[in-house]
Design a protein around this ligand. Structure first.
Ligand code: FAD
Length: 581
């Protein structure tokens, strides 16, 4: 049997290696357009930033090592330009000319390419993308060498000011890498917050950290044009801002690299290849996997490509199973989009659906916010994990989770990703038996705490109000701030009444008088003390609700426009800053 694979990185090489392990006799040919195969795409930003010093470490395998270990016929600089599904051949362009190669099974793993919007000036030699080893080499040399960006230009200083277009995962990693190399970075994002897969109140913490790194963030802004110049280019934003740039990184998204697939009549949806849950395309004998394939989201059922290395690697392996062990192969799971990124001292991670996709899918949901410490608060190095969980409105089924913090974020999101995959409800999180000792967690781990809060919300023990409702709440309710007097004096919402939660039982008459028949909306720094106060108030007959996530979340939603900047409400991902729950 001859298996031909198009694309020699994550999905393609995973399929090739698995095919060999299953069948010693198969002829396996990998056709790769680029110069390298099986390289560490995900490591490219860290090479640009200098944390990975040697580019050779990015090259996990070479054609020679793959031939030696797996008897694979790997051909780099070989681009597949056409498929003939009837003759079962592919047309290949290489330095040797054009050839036709027959296949018994064809695996399409061409990945994605950077989206290039129609921005005037985008063809400037100062504009880079970050998708391949060559891209990373060019970027690193632009910030560390004094070589000219184009051969015809005179020698110049290495880039000192950069503009990164797009604040998704790759844009953020590129921005941090450039900042690490001492470059002044401006980060431009069309959406109203950085890292759009996060909900706005979580993205705020990331934006704060970018600020600390010295990266200037421009959100809600597109790029109107790039004006080339001798000394530097000028990036003009849609709001008129002009940003000088020695270097521009284009990272506004990726699209499936499938023109040759569509021309062959293989079914695609918005350019992404449609497959069944074994990776079979609409044409017999042809499979596909990776960034080029459309997926059905496990939570929302919405269809979109999922551009992540884990799903691509696993899907490639399962495709080889289906080719060589038809009938016995496991079906692909639907992706939950679990992803993680480091930004300075912080980690941001997510799994499942966010608010926008749940709304788009018409799924009724409730949200909880928590800011627990990642490990025992008395143990040195305790820091907050900002945690958000979405659950189904009626039964509490887990739908999505996001976390941002300096430590312990990866562990919590991986537990929550597993819980979503297992179909757990949010209250089921109470029962998870998670590893605990003071340096690692809490006896009630942040994940357990999320379950406890969710259970209270679902059974009515805890009623929440949300930062987004502040304008209405101000008009219709008494705002009761139950933090200490000292915290309140350091900054508070205008018009709010301060009664520390420890004094509340004795001062209920004051609340009754100030409320004058209106509902009471309670708040504190992070939502813990306000929940205690809510229980006192509700049992005393008040119409009460507690602010989800407290002032930490409220400030993230409303930035600084809610009143004096409150010391206790300052988000921190780093060491604790005089913060009490
Ligand atoms: P790719 O890995 O892109 O491989 C496709 C290959 O096919 C390419 O080498 C291409 O040259 C080749 N090809 C295309 N068309 C043809 C053709 N016609 N003929 C021959 N060859 C062709 N994901 C994560 O989960 N975590 C991360 O931290 C992460 N970091 C990333 C950082 C960067 C800078 C980038 C760009 C991506 C990152 N990703 C990350 C995403 C991850 O790398 C991709 O999801 C994954 O590589 C997709 O695998 P794939 O096999 O579908 O495509």
């Amino acid at each position: 049997m001859r298996i031909v694979i198009v694309g020699g990185v994550a999905a393609g090489m995973s399929a090739a290696a698995r095919a060999r392990r299953l069948d010693e006799n198969a002829e396996i040919i990998v056709l790769e357009r680029g110069e390298h195969v099986s390289y560490a795409t995900c490591g490219l930003p860290y090479y640009v930033g200098g944390e990975i010093e040697d580019a050779a470490s990015l090259l996990v395998q070479t054609p020679e090592s793959l031939r030696a270990a797996l008897a694979l016929d790997v051909r780099t600089r070989h681009e597949v330009t056409a498929i003939d599904p009837v003759a079962r051949t592919v047309t290949v362009h290489s330095d040797r000319g054009v050839e036709t190669i027959e296949y018994d099974a064809l695996v399409l793993a061409p990945g994605a390419v950077a989206v290039r919007p129609p921005i005037p000036g985008l063809d400037s030699p100062r504009v880079h993308t970050l998708r391949t080893v060559s891209d990373a080499l060019a970027l690193r040399s632009a910030v560390t060498d004094s070589a000219p960006p184009v051969a015809t230009e005179p020698a110049r200083e290495s880039a000192r000011q950069a503009v990164v277009l797009g604040a998704g995962f790759i844009g953020l990693e590129a921005a941090e890498a450039l900042a690490r190399q001492g470059v002044r970075v401006s980060l431009v994002e069309l959406a109203d917050h950085v890292l759009p897969p996060l909900d706005e109140e979580m993205a705020f913490f990331v934006a704060d950290e970018l600020d600390r790194l010295g990266v200037t963030v421009h959100t809600g802004s597109g790029t109107r044009e790039i004006i080339p110049g001798a000394a530097h280019d000028t990036v003009v934003l849609t709001d008129g801002t002009r940003l000088p740039a020695d270097l521009i990184v284009l990272s506004v998204g990726a699209r499936p690299d499938t023109a040759f697939v569509e021309r062959a009549g293989i079914r695609c949806e918005n350019g992404a290849i449609v497959t069944d849950d074994h990776g079979r395309t609409s044409v017999p004998g042809i499979w596909a996997a990776g960034d080029a394939v459309v997926s059905t989201d496990a939570v929302t059922g919405l269809r979109r490509p999922v551009a992540l290395a884990g799903p691509a690697n696993r899907a490639g392996r399962l495709v080889a199973d289906d080719i060589l062990r038809p009938g016995a192969a496991r079906p692909w799971p639907r992706p939950t989009g679990t992803a993680i990124v480091r930004v300075g001292r912080l980690t941001a991670a997510m799994t499942g659906a966010n608010r926008a996709s749940l709304t788009a899918a018409g799924i009724p949901f409730r949200t909880i916010h928590l800011h627990p410490d990642q490990h025992a608060s008395y143990f040195p190095g305790a820091s907050a994990i900002h945690l958000l969980v979405h659950m189904r409105d009626d039964d509490g089924l887990l739908l999505g989770a996001q976390a941002v913090g300096a430590d312990g974020v990866d562990k919590r999101i991986d537990v929550l990703a597993t819980a979503i995959r297992a179909g757990l409800t949010a209250p089921d999180l109470i029962d998870l038996d998670l590893a605990y000792a003071p340096p690692y967690g809490q006896a009630k781990d942040p994940v357990n705490l999320a379950g406890l809060v969710a259970a209270n919300v679902l059974d009515g023990t805890l009623r929440l109000w949300y930062a987004q409702d502040l304008p209405t709440v101000r008009q219709t309710a008494l705002l009761l701030d139950v933090r200490s007097r000292r915290e309140y004096c350091a900054g508070h919402l205008p018009g709010s009444l301060n009664i520390p939660h420890t004094q509340l039982r004795d001062r209920l008459d004051e609340v009754r008088q100030a409320a004058a028949g209106r509902p009471v909306r309670v708040l504190c720094a992070s939502g813990v003390r306000s929940a205690l106060a809510h229980r006192i108030l509700v049992q005393a007959g008040f119409d009460s609700a507690s602010l989800s996530g407290g002032l930490l979340t409220l400030r993230a939603v409303h930035r600084d426009d809610t009143g004096p900047r409150a010391e206790a409400a300052r988000p921190t991902g780093g060491p604790r800053a005089g913060r009490r729950p």
